[in-house]
Design a binder for this molecule. Structure first.
Ligand code: ATP
Ligand code: ATP
Ligand code: MG
Ligand code: MG
Ligand code: MG
Ligand code: MG
Length: 227
């Protein structure tokens, strides 16, 4: 079909196909969730309803896109791993990023009432996203280890911080000052001696984050013997 005199504007759309044969990680993170948590009365340090809602949104994304093999979530973020040979949308970055991000966001809002039955959404939340390419499984393993170490460090800090505020009546400024420069072992000790909390007994979801894995099933189709 002959193009109109306007068709030339299409040429301004540049290709953005991602390098073939590389693992893609898409990380989605809540935009301004410090404020969002405050405005929606999240339980501190961990609101289990919110974590389960994040898991639910991630599940929608995994159900829709079969090339996602693994996902890891913590706090207001989720990371998705795509097969290195994925042909999804011809590996176009903006297509993949925008489809995963918008489905995650709409599913988060869609499932909100089931998880927060008594909390009305005050405004529509948004998330940001990026795609990172990794050449080998070693970087992929290290990527997920990095996110999980982050989960651990943040959760230990937040658990100690909120114990000081909620149970010892410290101001947030005092709690920050008390924890400044402390090592992990000192935070464990503080939680145990002052609050009787054995950190290692805290719900694993809070300490380690959530993992969604796609299980592959062997098909029952008989393999034809070679002729
Ligand atoms: P940005 O837009 O730059 O990502 P942000 O305000 O979202 O800014 P983050 O570094 O992403 O900042 O931190 C997310 C915040 O949301 C942290 O304060 C974290 O403790 C809080 N948060 C996220 N999920 C939960 C949850 N389930 N329960 C309690 N707090 C949560
Ligand atoms: P893709 O995922 O590739 O965008 P698509 O199915 O969304 O595929 P489009 O080319 O974007 O295809 O076309 C959108 C379709 O939705 C068209 O068939 C269009 O007529 C229909 N559509 C969109 N908005 C309306 C509307 N307000 N009323 C009736 N039909 C609509
Ligand atoms: Mg962010
Ligand atoms: Mg955030
Ligand atoms: Mg975050
Ligand atoms: Mg369309």
């Amino acid at each position: 079909m002959a193009g109109s005199r306007y068709t030339y504007v299409k040429k301004f759309e540049l290709p953005d196909n991602l390098l073939p044969g590389t693992y893609m990680v898409v990380r989605i993170d809540g935009h301004g969730f410090h404020r969002f948590c405050d405005q929606h009365s999240f339980t501190r340090p961990n609101d289990e309803r919110a974590l389960k809602l994040m898991d639910r949104a991630a599940q929608s994304v995994m159900e829709e896109y079969a090339d996602i093999t693994l996902a890891f979530g913590q706090s207001d973020e989720y990371s998705f791993l795509l097969r290195k040979d994925t042909k999804m949308h011809n590996r176009r970055q903006s297509k993949i990023l925008s489809l995963l991000l918008s489905l995650f966001t709409s599913s988060y809002i869609f499932h909100w009432p089931k998880h927060f039955s008594d909390v009305e959404l005050k405004y529509p939340p948004s998330f940001d996203a990026r795609i990172i390419l990794y050449p080998s499984s070693q970087e992929v393993k290290d990527y997920f280890a990095w996110r999980q170490v982050d989960t651990h460090i943040n959760n230990l800090y937040n658990t100690a911080f909120w114990a000081l505020v909620q149970q010892a009546g410290e101001s947030t400024t005092q709690a920050h000052a008390l924890l400044k420069g402390t090592q992990s072992a000192q935070k464990h000790e503080l939680l145990f001696s002052r609050f009787g909390v054995n950190y290692n007994k805290i719900d694993a979801r809070f300490r380690k984050g959530s993992v969604l894995v796609r299980e592959t099933q062997a098909t029952s189709t008989p393999v034809r013997p070679p002729l």
